[in-house]
Design a protein around this ligand. Structure first.
Ligand SMILES: [Zn+2]
Length: 279
């Protein structure tokens, strides 16, 4: 009897707890390949419209490369990675994850900026400054495979959710957008590291980085690029580390020995998808 009363006394609390758990479960989405569950509090529609707006702004305020050969290379690699991503998600019954994506790959003429990113929704920019490091199409496929992996794993939503909680007390994005438009825009740019004049880039967590490395290898392999080439690319970045200029991509993507060792571990998982070009 006493037990029963105690139970009744706790009931509202328990009910509240189970409602919260239900809400959390609904806002958790599974990351492909690693199957980790991430917290997504930001509605996809809001994130996509914000990302579209920021992308337009970046294109408007940047100088697009007029080097046809390089522009075409960026689009070719980007579109091959995009196609392999779509095929992979369709085969594994996860096509819904990117159903609202609209891929776009642009090359920005800026030799001082060593960077490349893919926004939620699939809009991407490569800065000419990263090309000496990627060296060839396969090197660029390492970078774009990695960046597309962040987008498809919805890491941006997780980061944006965390940033909203940390900086605006968990304010809903729609409310934050209308009541603090400037801060929200700044938050978005900090989280996604877009734009040329971002003073502070929030690095992805090591968990997100390693997840994007792992997924990226499979995406590039499926797109027909040798995933083993990720090692020399990160070694080139590693040599650059600590040099005078601080390349954006390096500051958010430290090319540590641990990272390279982890990539070596993930390569066998991607290799079965790679078909070497016939000679
Ligand atoms: Zn990354």
């Amino acid at each position: 009897m006493g037990k029963h009363l105690t139970y009744e006394g706790q009931f509202p609390g328990r009910l509240l707890a189970s409602i919260l758990v239900l809400l959390l479960l609904q806002s958790c989405a599974e990351v492909p390949i690693t199957h980790r569950k991430g917290l997504h509090l930001v509605p996809e529609t809001e994130l996509l419209s914000m990302s579209l707006q920021q992308y337009d702004e970046v294109l408007k305020t940047s100088k697009l490369s007029t080097n046809t050969q390089k522009v075409e290379m960026v689009r070719r690699v980007g579109n091959r990675i995009a196609k392999s991503t779509e095929a992979f998600l369709a085969e594994t019954g996860q096509a819904d994850k990117i159903k609202n994506f609209k891929w776009e790959f642009n090359l920005i003429e800026d030799d001082k900026t060593v960077n490349a990113w893919v926004m939620p929704g699939g809009r991407a920019a490569v800065y000419t400054g990263i090309l000496p490091y990627t060296q060839n199409e396969t090197g660029l496929a390492v970078v774009l495979g990695h960046e597309v992996a962040h987008a498809l794993a919805d890491h941006g939503n997780e980061r944006m959710s965390e940033a909203l909680v940390a900086n605006m007390g968990g304010m809903a994005l729609s409310v934050a957008l209308s009541s603090k438009p400037q801060q929200t825009q700044q938050l978005f740019m900090t989280v996604f590291g877009v734009g040329a004049n971002v003073g502070f880039l929030l690095p992805y967590s090591r968990l997100h980085e390693s997840e994007a490395d792992r997924i990226g290898l499979t995406l590039m392999a499926r797109a027909g690029y040798d995933p083993r080439e990720a090692i020399p690319f990160w070694e080139r970045m590693n040599k650059q580390e600590g040099k005078s200029r601080s390349p954006e991509f390096l500051s958010t993507h430290p090319a540590t020995e641990t990272r390279i060792a982890d990539i070596k571990k993930y390569i066998p998982e991607a290799m079965p998808y790679y078909k070497a070009p016939s000679k």
